[in-house]
Design a protein around this ligand. Structure first.
Ligand code: HPA
Length: 308
């Protein structure tokens, strides 16, 4: 299309939008944007697969290999999905994989985006908005985390029981679009009790001891100081990381049921006499990959039964 035609098409689109929006509040128009963008992205995803998953999974640092084992898989790079944020972090492939696990359809993010990449909380939570428009009912969030509680040593898998949001932002800030959910979502049981119990039970059946813990979310990208870790312990945190909470907030806004699993990749800062590094995080996720995949394989059919 020539530059002149493009400009004319752009002007026509702007006129149509403005006619559609006339008489509506600025807030309504703004929040329309996010809803419509999520709807457009969901439609695009549905045009690439005939599966209609009701469970979505977000894989944290180094934990995405499981998606390569899905059957009937369709892999869509985030770059192809309208409005989807791109992951820039190491160990985050940046692909949405839709396929089947134990005959259950799932949509999985091989890699997420984080606040420390420069994204806003709304952008970080956008994929969850898309999942809601796809009809997803349960969201499994996984992450790599530092262990604060003394027995949360490197390599342990922990079920997230609750969180403390220390990121200073919330994806629900700004005008509320009631098509997503209510203005003031309840967070008293943000992490679904039945899912947590199922995970502990399935873990034990597989010989994996699955403790529960409270996750504190900071923005990163710097790791914490020992003083910050002492502070986090005092306020009741057992785990620390740089993700997950924005996604949980958007999910609960739309009443998705949430399961969170942390892989403790390192003892938090100041606990051991050694510096923290991303390499160590990777080495640990690589080591527990088998256990992590076995656990998810066991949990997914249970979750599918719960939301049926
Ligand atoms: N702190 C914050 N985020 C993390 C850590 C940590 O120690 N380990 C993995 N992600």
């Amino acid at each position: 299309m020539s530059a002149r035609k493009k400009r004319a098409a752009g002007a026509r689109k702007a006129r149509r939008e403005s006619e559609k929006n006339s008489g509506r509040s600025k807030e309504a128009v703004l929040s329309d944007g996010e809803f419509n963008r999520a709807e457009t992205a969901a439609k695009y995803i549905f045009s690439k697969t005939s599966l209609r998953p009701r469970i979505a999974i977000v894989f944290g640092s180094g934990l995405g290999a499981f998606a390569d084992e899905f059957s009937h898989a369709t892999k869509i790079p985030y770059a192809k999905i309208p409005y989807f944020p791109q992951s820039t972090a190491l160990g985050h492939a940046g692909r949405l994989v839709i396929g089947k696990v134990e005959n259950v359809a799932v949509a999985a993010m091989q890699g997420r985006v984080h606040l420390y990449e420069g994204y806003s909380a709304k952008e970080v939570a956008f994929p969850v908005r898309v999942f809601t428009r796809m009809g997803v009912k349960a969201l499994i969030l996984t992450n790599a985390a530092g262990g604060i509680k003394s027995d949360f040593v490197e390599g342990r898998l922990v079920v997230i029981k609750d969180h403390v949001n220390l990121q200073g932002v919330n994806p629900l800030s700004g005008p509320d679009d009631e098509r997503f959910g209510l203005r003031f979502p309840d967070m008293s049981v943000a992490y679904d009790k039945e899912f947590r119990e199922q995970t502990v039970r399935e873990g034990n059946r597989l010989g994996i001891e699955m403790p529960e813990g409270v996750y504190a979310a900071l923005t990163g990208p710097s790791y914490e100081t020992p003083a910050e870790i002492r502070y986090l312990r005092t306020i009741g945190a057992d785990l620390v990381g740089m993700s997950t909470v924005p996604e949980v907030l958007a999910a609960r806004h739309s009443a998705l049921r949430v399961l969170g699993i942390s892989c403790v990749t390192n003892a938090a800062a100041g606990i051991l006499d050694k510096p923290l590094s991303h390499i160590e995080v990777f080495k640990t996720t690589e080591r527990v990959k088998g256990q992590f995949i076995a656990l998810l394989r066991a949990i997914i059919p249970r979750i599918a039964e719960s939301i049926a």
